[in-house]
Design a protein around this ligand. Structure first.
Ligand SMILES: [Ca+2]
Ligand SMILES: [Ca+2]
Ligand SMILES: [Ca+2]
Ligand SMILES: [Ca+2]
Length: 320
């Protein structure tokens, strides 16, 4: 259910940083549960969030490392034309034809490997031509992740639920495939926010380096989160799910305005579609709805909003 009233955040400050909470915006009177629930909410997701990583998967399509190529080219292969010296998925011969560097995976230093650019139709010799303008992560093996579909019993909005395969428009006007965030050595945070939601704005302001009162409370309670976002230890995905008034849609200008007001080059800002499939699934108790997803696109922590709207932030701060 969606939030029906806007609550400016009550700042529930206690002497313990662990119990310091800012309330989210919820549609029911149960939203202002305070500091009494801080311990229970950290239990179920702990193991999930700390063990779900699959650190090797990012390079699973290209097993070589920069130091050599003997693994792929052992045995009877004596045709140097089929060698892939840099392990980027393109043979040396193909790279000679393309003009890319056979000893460098990302010839133009735009963060995307030569073979990925060929696959996606961008120019591996031009950094201005790249898979995502925003330099978002790319997962060449994303098709190996099984899409359960929105209505599958495997796609529950709960810890252990599989995230369906979807794509949404970002602040640069490009469609972003959410499975591109999978397969890396980093968890993914889905932050469902609404334009009308003051605590949502507080979160984004905090992550953009803001210093207002509300950001100070977040900083005190969850001090390591901004640095983990800024260094890529976690991928933060802001999904704007509701417009300036409740039930309205998000357009590109909303994304651009949000990004301009709360700039962080590591954070993609996505627009929920008018169908609101993701919001209907994941925003159960109030705004913002913040959940943690593993590299396998399985939800590793889904918060119980009525108990603790900020349990995901606490887990990011203490476990990731
Ligand atoms: Ca190569
Ligand atoms: Ca190369
Ligand atoms: Ca490149
Ligand atoms: Ca390029």
């Amino acid at each position: 259910m969606l939030c029906r009233n806007q609550l400016f955040p009550a700042l529930l400050i206690t002497t313990s940083a662990a119990s310091m909470l800012v309330s989210g915006c919820a549609g029911t009177s149960s939203s202002d549960v305070g500091a009494s629930d801080t311990t229970a909410s950290t239990q179920p997701g702990d193991d999930d969030t700390s063990t779900a990583e699959n650190s090797g998967s990012e390079e699973s399509g290209s097993p070589n490392n920069d130091s050599g190529s003997s693994d792929d080219d052992s045995g009877s292969d004596t045709d140097t034309g089929s060698m892939d010296s840099d392990g980027d998925g393109l043979s040396d011969a193909a790279e000679a034809e393309l003009g890319t560097d056979p000893n460098k995976r990302d010839t133009d230093d735009d963060t995307y490997w030569d073979s990925w650019e060929v696959t996606e139709g961008t120019d591996p010799l031009d950094p201005e031509s790249r898979i995502y303008i925003g330099y978002w992560p790319y997962n060449p093996d994303k098709d190996s992740i099984e899409d359960p579909g929105w209505n599958s019993p495997d796609a529950t909005a709960s810890t252990g639920g599989m995230v369906p395969h979807f794509a949404l428009e970002d602040q640069h006007g490009e469609m972003v495939d959410i499975y591109d965030y999978g397969g890396h050595d980093a968890s993914i945070v889905f932050d469902f926010s609404a334009l009308w939601c003051a605590p949502c704005r507080g979160i984004s302001e905090w992550l953009s380096g803001g210093t207002s009162d509300i950001t100070g409370v977040f900083s005190t309670s969850f001090p390591s989160v901004p640095e983990k976002v800024n260094t890529g230890l976690v991928y933060w995905v802001t999904i704007l799910g509701d417009g300036a008034t409740q039930g309205t849609n998000i357009v590109l200008e909303d994304l651009q305005a949000w990004d301009a007001e709360y700039p962080n080059e590591k954070i993609v800002v996505l627009a929920e579609t008018p169908q609101k499939l993701a919001v209907d699934k994941y925003v159960a108790g109030g705004w913002p709805a913040i959940l943690i997803v593993g590299p396998d696109m399985v939800v590793s922590h889904y918060p119980d909003f009525s108990q603790d709207p900020w349990s995901s932030l606490r887990l990011i701060d203490t476990e990731l």
